[in-house]
Design a protein around this ligand. Structure first.
Ligand SMILES: NC(=O)c1ccc[n+]([C@@H]2O[C@H](COP(=O)([O-])OP(=O)(O)OC[C@H]3O[C@@H](n4cnc5c(N)ncnc54)[C@H](OP(=O)(O)O)[C@@H]3O)[C@@H](O)[C@H]2O)c1
Length: 258
């Protein structure tokens, strides 16, 4: 069936959390796939350096510093576009691994604000632009933590369940409009900052997360998965894709060679 969808080269892909890990890798991959990528994150220097790297490789990229929890800034950001082809809601992460009994409510609040409200802000602000593109895609990078829990994970698990529900509900609500909603739920991904951020810069605790695990996923593995899902034909909606390393059978069943 013929569509009026413009080619990727004329289409914009906004990636949040593009200053490191999965977001940075996704920006590289989408740029290689022909999208004009817009990199956002709070750290201006990092997204500007990545935009330069992508541009030097012959692709199109711009950097726009943005805190996804700042609704006013997000609304201002959205005014820069007439249409947007792809929005990758990737910004987020975990803070702490305390039991419910002793978890820090401030950590829970920050995780909800970043993983859920950040996704809500960007999605609300850009939905009219995604609609206007005639073939929009919203990607929500949730987690396997959005699908089952584990001890010490409740704050993050609750937030990622929120992101999952946002994606699932949005898909119901906008059916019939030209916008797909794709949820990518990665398991264990070894990125340079995720576990470090979770444990407040404690390198020993961060390293322990991956200790003995043969080949956790890399940021590029997840970026590849996201890019594959995004580049399916417009009528194909990959609702939910769970991707884990072979060594991880569930959130609590991980093979380690120690
Ligand atoms: N690594 C894993 O095992 C794993 C597994 C499943 C799902 N995930 C999810 O995948 C996503 C990326 O994770 P990652 O491993 O790539 O982690 P990461 O390297 O720590 O990246 C997190 C990104 O989010 C950005 N960010 C955080 N708070 C933000 C805010 N308020 N406003 C704007 N940007 C913000 C950070 O940029 P700035 O600090 O520059 O703002 C950074 O670019 C997260 O949503 C995470 O929960 C990760």
């Amino acid at each position: 069936m013929a569509t009026a969808v413009p080619p990727a080269a004329s289409r914009i892909a906004v990636v949040t959390g593009a200053s490191s890990g999965i977001g940075a890798a996704t920006a590289r991959r989408l740029a290689e796939a022909g999208y004009r990528v817009v990199l956002t994150a709070r750290r201006k220097d990092r997204i500007e350096a990545l935009a330069e790297e992508i541009t030097a490789a012959g692709h199109q990229a711009t950097a726009y510093p943005l805190d996804v929890t700042d609704r006013e800034a997000v609304d201002e950001f959205a005014t820069a576009f007439r249409t947007v082809g792809v929005l990758v809601n990737n910004a987020g992460g975990a803070l702490g691994a305390d039991p419910v009994a002793t978890g820090d409510p401030d950590d829970w609040r920050t995780m909800y604000e970043t993983n859920v409200l950040g996704t809500l802000h960007l999605t609300q602000a850009l939905l009219p632009k995604l609609d206007a593109s005639g073939d929009g895609t919203v990607v929500v990078v949730s987690s396997t933590a959005g699908h089952s829990t584990y001890e010490g994970g409740a704050g993050y698990v609750a937030a990622k369940h929120g992101a999952h529900v946002l994606a699932e509900t949005l898909r119901l609500e906008i059916v019939g409009r030209p916008v797909r909603v794709i949820e990518i739920a990665p398991g264990m991904v070894r990125t340079e900052e995720f576990a470090l951020t979770r444990f407040g810069g404690d390198t020993e605790r961060a390293e322990k997360v991956y200790r003995g695990v043969p080949d956790p996923l890399t940021a590029d593995d997840v970026a590849d998965t996201i890019t594959w899902a995004v580049t399916r034909p417009p009528h194909v909606n990959i609702d939910l894709l769970v991707v884990r390393p072979r060594a991880q059978a569930s959130n609590t069943k991980v093979h380690r060679e120690l």
